[in-house]
Design a protein around this ligand. Structure first.
Ligand code: FAD
Length: 458
């Protein structure tokens, strides 16, 4: 049967673009459909614009610390529209680079929505149908709103927050996950009055408990008013402002409410069920280790599969799949020991198991913990803390997790992830010479365990 292409990719985000470029590089005829903007969530309304806003927010701490180092500054002023405009220029540049990459690889781009008709046919929103030997679903995820309540439609999601025309002087953030925490922190540092509410009793469920407690304290220091076990029950318009009623009976008036309560795989209305593609309970495309769905010609990578929802993972999955389909590769991606971060200020960087996860997996666990005041704070002022934590399998001596709450923690973890992936032991850490004066030297100078867990023999 003659198809219009060897691979039809739905979605020009992190995973889709990489798969398209690599497949085209292997000589496959590739078509990519994108309904919004080339680059996907990461480039247009995720990692990249977020990190640019985080950088902007961190000047506040630098200005505050400068006097302790002898600088005298005019009171600094911040202009939100200038930042949004600069951010827009950078994401337009990146989006163009993604587009040029597809073009250079010889993959055709169609800027329309695509839906699946059957295992080898797609329909474009312009009305055309396309036949494909393989279909790759790389449609990502979308913000999942909180359970409905009156006025919820007045809230914005992370999709809109990057382009607010006016800086929200009073912001309500709903949610306690990494996206909610990052926005709460960065808007607080930029000068907003931020209240963050969540159902849970602390931020960042799933992260290591020492990091969660440490970051909670840092968020409070940044001025974020944290309210645990509280959710909004009603939003009402009050002129340009919003009156939020909360589940504890309280209320507050804000300029914007940002709902950041999670993300859901983007499979709605794609035609997957009609084509016989199995979805899991979260609505994600159920795939095997080679990113294949139960329909042999349909594959899926990235957030739409809800495995590890991070850009480098989507990219790796897209690359591996293209190698597998057209280059004879195995197609399997290792999802263990994926480094991750929370870009608050200070930030969390983590790789491997949390202490709680290690306790479930190993009979003996040693935990090394350092909690200290970073050197810069001695002259700069403030009571910011840094926390470094190393989790070790007490039997094999292997380091199974490292968690850092500090400035540049993500940069440290990216480098450390190599050692963890290679199976470094605590003895290897101890044998590594410290680099002085750094915060990271704590990682190789912690000699005695802070906590020793031994599961009693049964
Ligand atoms: C606010 C925020 C911050 C984040 N920060 C980080 C971070 O710091 N580090 C990190 O690693 N990850 C981060 N992420 C997660 C990261 O953005 C995602 O993991 C990554 O973008 C997933 O890539 P993907 O290819 O699966 O999907 P996406 O990049 O979302 O791309 C999917 C594309 O498909 C398109 N599409 C959907 N349906 C159709 C259709 N029917 N037809 C045509 N096109 C369609 C969409 O428009 C989109 O462009 C963040 C996410 C958010 C929301």
């Amino acid at each position: 049967m003659a198809f219009d292409c060897d691979l039809f990719v739905i979605g020009a985000g992190s995973g889709g673009v990489r798969a398209a470029r690599v497949a085209a590089g292997h000589g496959a005829k590739v078509i990519v459909a994108e309904e919004f903007r080339v680059g996907g969530t990461c480039v247009i309304r995720g990692c990249v614009p977020k990190k640019l806003l985080v950088y902007a927010s961190r000047f506040a701490d630098e200005f505050a610390a400068a006097a302790g180092f002898g600088w005298t500054l005019e009171p600094p002023r911040f202009d939100w529209p200038t930042l949004v405009e600069a951010k827009d220029r950078e994401i337009a540049r990146l989006s163009a680079a993604y587009r040029a990459g597809l073009d250079a690889a010889g993959a055709a781009l169609i800027e329309e929505r695509a839906t699946v008709v059957d295992p080898h046919t797609l329909r474009l929103s312009g009305g055309r149908t396309v036949g494909a030997r393989h279909i790759l679903v790389a449609t990502g995820a979308r913000p999942e709103p909180p359970t409905n309540f009156p006025g919820l439609e007045l809230a914005i999601s992370s999709n809109e927050v990057f382009d607010l025309p006016v800086f929200p002087q009073r912001l309500l953030v709903v949610g306690g996950g990494f996206i909610a925490v990052e926005f709460a922190c960065l808007f607080a540092k930029l000068g907003a009055e931020v209240t963050q509410v969540m159902r849970a009793d602390n931020v960042l469920r799933g992260f290591d408990d020492d990091m969660r407690v440490g970051l909670r304290d840092e968020l409070r220091r940044a001025g974020v008013r944290l309210r645990f076990g509280v959710l909004p029950t009603r939003f009402e318009r009050r002129g340009d402002a919003l009156l939020a009623t909360l589940s504890d009976g309280g209320s507050l008036t804000v300029d914007q409410a940002l709902a950041a309560t999670g993300r859901r795989p983007n499979t709605g209305g794609l035609g997957l069920e009609a084509a016989g593609v199995a979805l899991d309970v979260t609505g994600a495309v159920a795939v095997d280790e080679r990113s294949a769905s139960n329909v042999p010609s349909i594959h899926a990578v990235g957030d739409v599969t809800n495995r590890v929802n991070l850009t480098p993972v989507a990219i790796r999955e897209g690359h591996a799949l293209a190698d597998h389909l057209f280059g004879g590769g195995k197609g399997v991606v290792d999802h263990y020991d994926v480094p991750n971060a929370v870009f608050a200020s200070p930030e969390i960087g983590a790789v491997g198991l949390t202490e709680a996860e290690a306790l479930r997996r190993f009979a003996a666990v040693d935990v090394y913990l350092a909690d200290f005041r970073p050197m810069k704070a001695t002259l700069g002022g403030g009571d910011e803390r840094a926390i470094m934590k190393v989790v070790v399998d007490g039997v094999s001596d292997r380091v199974v997790g490292v968690h850092i709450l500090a400035r540049e923690a993500a940069e440290m973890i990216q480098a450390l992830a190599i050692a963890i992936k290679m199976g470094a032991t605590k003895a290897d850490f101890d044998a590594t010479m410290a680099l002085h004066p750094t915060a990271g030297e704590e990682l190789v100078t912690m000699r005695a365990p802070t906590r020793r867990h031994r599961r009693p023999a049964t």
